[in-house]
Design a protein around this ligand. Sequence first.
Ligand code: NAI
Length: 328
Amino acid sequence: NTTPVKVAVTGAAGQIGYSLLFRIASGDLLGRDTPVQLRLLEITPALKALEGVVMELDDCAFPTLAGVEIGDDPNTIFDGANIALLVGARPRAKGMERGDLLEANGAIFTGQGKALNDHAADDVRITVTGNPANTNALIAMSNAPDIPRERFSALTRLDHNRALAQLAAKAGVTVSDISKMTIWGNHSATQYPDIFHAEIGGRSAAEVVDDQDWLENTFIPTVAKRGAAIIEARGSSSAASAASATIDHTRDWLQGSPEGSWLSMAVPSDGSYGVAEGLISSFPVTTSGGEVSIVQGLEIDDFSRGKIDASVAELEEERQAVTELGLI
Ligand code: NAI
């Protein structure tokens, strides 16, 4: 296959972009035999910095990198995109209320949704990393009526990977010994990392660990607040790990989930597990042939039910807020 796959990335001159672009260009997303064309979107004042990043991409002489286009117009950058990684977003500034944040990002994701609708390739798949990721994805999806809804997703794979790392450390195993981890709900502090269905070497992870106090008071808060801990330690937010998770999410969407396990992705709800239809909420999913299926039939106990409901309630509030703002 010699036709390059067109991968659009927004916020390309940002921190995550600085890790992500080199991983994509070197073949980590689509494999070393698939040429990629990068199509990079930034706001006008960041284009000069982006030119510097492109100079570095050139200087890596990646055999898989078939070309790079940059610009500040989503209509041009999304033209023919097969994959769109929406990373750029407006960060919360001092004194900004949540409504202000949703509104500022609403302007970005309505415009990008429309541009994807009008210009992306027919097979486009969209991953939203920029926060608030779930609701930004909802806004983009709602403004792209011609793109099938199931092509939109938001990133909870970083939370999933964080949960794998914490559980592996507690159980004294490696992450590859663990299967069936699940993140439910919103990519926010209300998210619910669920180990009741996870397995360690085929045994129930909750039984192997057998420590409800650790689960409630260490594991869940550590995973949910990991982003803040990284800002505290590093002085800026997680970037290389967020880029890595964005690659994992999109690669596994296209190439399929591992046999006998599943992944966490925030996808449009079909009403499964009582999650209101149409919300972009994280679920356990399997992927095959580029299609996502929500894992069905898991038993949800009262503890898990309460956690899932709380996170989904937050997503409902966000949907209500962006509806009132006229963004969806
Ligand atoms: P950053 O601030 O370093 O970079 C963001 C870039 O987006 C900037 O270069 C900015 O100019 C650009 N940008 C802003 N508006 C744009 C627009 N309309 N079109 C194109 N580009 C635009 O931020 P960083 O660290 O790279 O993070 C990016 C986003 O990812 C943030 O919203 C952050 O909260 C989120 N994030 C999400 C994670 C997740 O697990 N879902 C994990 C870590 C970060």
